[in-house]
Design a protein around this ligand. Structure first.
Ligand SMILES: O=C[C@H](O)COP(=O)(O)O
Length: 251
């Protein structure tokens, strides 16, 4: 499982860089503009320069409206600025057809510029609270639009978590659907260390966190702490070892 960490500024990205050996992807966002709020192109560029070259930078394009042209152009901005994972939060899409239309535009805009960039279609575990597409529709949306990954995060950061809205067995179904469609499955949403066992067992490819590696567990007032990133990684590795041992014992 890959660890994606979301700093909100160049300063925090520099702290992430201090913990670079413990993380896999640095994800640029602007939390005060929403769960998948987009940051400025120059911030993406500065963060790209601040983190080691072998760590991919991801950027969120925003909690986007159903405006395919607008979103495609924003996605191009993110990839031109140096991000190689482009995440789109399908906030304003109320049907899978709308979501596919938006993501097709993003895939074309991104891959015309950089064919090896990965496009991530993100839905929300708490979609029922905001009226957007159902979480389990995401893998098919991602497949039909040519994306590389399907993701869930939470839209409303009020302390409720991924598993409060989409329990582990339904997340397992999400992962299975993504894998059947040849996609990476990414999960986030106030994920804590206690969730890592379940996330590992169901075969999650990427786990995204911010709050869990901020001081006081607070994604807004806390800052990312390199030692918390290291501790989170140690727990991920422990669960990976235990899971591998139990699979080996069962076979
Ligand atoms: O993409 C990952 C998100 O930034 C997760 O943030 P969070 O762990 O604070 O919900």
């Amino acid at each position: 499982m890959l660890l994606l960490i979301s700093p909100d500024s160049v300063e925090e990205a520099i702290d992430c860089a201090k913990a670079a050996e413990y993380l896999d992807i640095v994800d640029v966002k602007k939390p005060d503009e929403g769960s998948l709020g987009a940051n400025f192109p120059w911030v993406i560029r500065e963060i790209r320069d601040a983190v080691p070259a072998d760590k991919p930078v991801s950027a969120t394009v925003g909690d986007v409206p159903y405006k395919p042209g607008t979103v495609a152009q924003a996605a191009l901005g993110a990839v031109v600025s140096g991000a190689t994972y482009i995440k789109v939060g399908l906030y304003g899409c109320t049907t899978p057809e709308q979501a596919v239309e938006v993501m097709r535009g993003v895939v074309r805009a991104v891959k015309d510029h950089r064919p090896d960039a990965l496009v991530v279609a993100s839905g929300y575990a708490d979609a029922h609270r905001i009226g957007c597409v159902n979480p389990l529709a995401l893998p098919d949306i991602a497949r039909r639009s040519g994306c590389d990954a399907a993701m869930l995060d939470t839209a409303i950061k009020d302390g409720t978590r991924l598993f409060d809205h989409v329990p582990p067995d339904v997340c397992a179904q999400f992962v299975r659907l993504a894998h059947e469609a040849d996609l990476l499955a990414a999960l986030a949403g106030s994920v804590k260390v206690a969730d890592l066992g379940a996330l590992t067992r169901i075969g999650t490819d990427i786990v995204g966190v911010r709050g869990a590696v901020c001081e006081g567990g607070d994604r807004n007032t806390g800052r990312i702490q390199p030692q918390l990133v290291a501790a989170f990684r140690a727990e991920m590795d422990r669960h990976a070892r235990e899971h591998a041992a139990s699979v080996a014992a069962a076979s």
